[in-house]
Design a protein around this ligand. Structure first.
Ligand code: ADP
Ligand SMILES: N[C@@H](CCOP(=O)(O)O)C(=O)O
Length: 291
């Protein structure tokens, strides 16, 4: 039996839609795999009642197919589904790392990224790799059609997860199909600024580079209280705030000493809108670990 811990992630970071991602230190999914004649899936943990055990419908099933690695798979969910924290991706990433080891396939971590991304196609309709890349490789990742880059960096994060469900499939339907050239120019500038900030470990630059006029405004409308939560986080010291993945989580970047105040302010702001929420104070962290 092989056991892997695969962390939650936050994708997009505003200006890097479908490209940027970061790994958290927690929460995480635990994936256990054992060789079997045919694939079966057991799921426990947070939100497990909403996740299909049919391999055709679960993200890990696509990974089994791609690696030709039938197994009995136990998924202990630490990452709530429909959270914007890469829940479906954490399972796919963990399964890819675990099955590669179990069947001795010899693939590198970077080679496992497109395989795990096949799992995302099962749930959202698109094999976007921006969650599975950081969950597998760790750090800040840039996933494109040509491959994946990962940078380890020391950036503090606060993710606030409200008791609202937003499915990635639905949130992809509100993404505009066209953009003004001025918006594209602004987004490219911000994405470049954010990348330099990650490489330098500079939360001010990262925060400045998170703004995005293209995708985030439409997604923010799906999150009750988003504008108030964003403002409260900035007032408490966040250097940048955006929708985490497809939402409903809201991601803030800040200096390490401000995490507590930022998290508290976000919770209070959601509470003002009568939305229960929880907060993860975290930092950019390592990817999947074989236990
Ligand atoms: N192993 C899995 N873990 C979590 N969700 C899964 C898994 N397999 C399939 N799903 C489905 O994927 C959807 C959640 O994924 P998604 O909408 O992308 O949310 P998240 O942002 O949390 O990843 C739910 O409909 C859930 O039933
Ligand atoms: N780039 C994707 C990321 C979805 O992340 P998730 O954590 O909400 O699954 C998108 O924005 O659709």
């Amino acid at each position: 039996m092989i056991t892997v811990r695969a962390p939650a992630t936050s994708a997009n970071l505003g200006s890097g839609f479908d490209v940027f991602g970061v790994a958290f230190d927690r929460p995480a999914d635990i994936i256990r795999v054992e060789r079997a004649e045919r694939t079966t899936i057991d799921i426990t943990g947070v939100g497990s009642q909403y996740i299909p055990t049919d391999p055709e419908k679960n993200t890990v099933g696509a990974v089994v197919e791609a690696l030709d690695a039938p197994a009995h798979i136990e998924i202990d969910k630490g990452v709530r589904p429909a959270s914007g924290l890469g829940s479906s991706a954490a399972s796919a990433a963990g399964a890819a790392v675990a099955l590669n080891e179990l069947y001795d396939r010899g693939l590198s971590r970077a080679e496992l990224v497109p395989i795990a991304a096949e799992g995302e196609a099962v749930v959202s309709g698109t094999a976007h790799a921006d969650n599975v890349a950081p969950s597998i490789l760790g750090g800040f990742t840039i996933a494109t059609a040509d491959g994946v880059e990962s940078v380890s960096t020391d950036i503090s994060l606060v993710a606030c997860l409200p008791e609202i469900a937003v499915s990635t499939r639905d949130a992809r339907r509100v993404v505009p199909e066209t953009a003004q050239m001025s918006e594209v120019v602004e987004t490219v500038g911000n994405a470049a600024t954010l990348t330099v900030g990650m490489c330098r470990g500079d939360p001010d630059l990262v925060g400045r580079g998170m703004d995005d006029p293209l995708v985030t405004p439409a997604r923010a409308e799906l999150i009750t209280g988003y504008d108030t939560v964003r403002e409260a986080a900035i007032d408490a010291g966040a250097t940048g705030v955006t929708v985490s993945g497809a939402g409903p989580s809201v991601l803030a970047v800040c200096h390490e000493g401000d995490r507590r105040a930022v998290g508290g302010a976000m919770l209070t702001a959601f509470d003002d809108h009568e939305v229960d929420a929880r907060v993860y104070q975290t930092q950019v962290s390592d990817g999947a670990t074989i236990l």
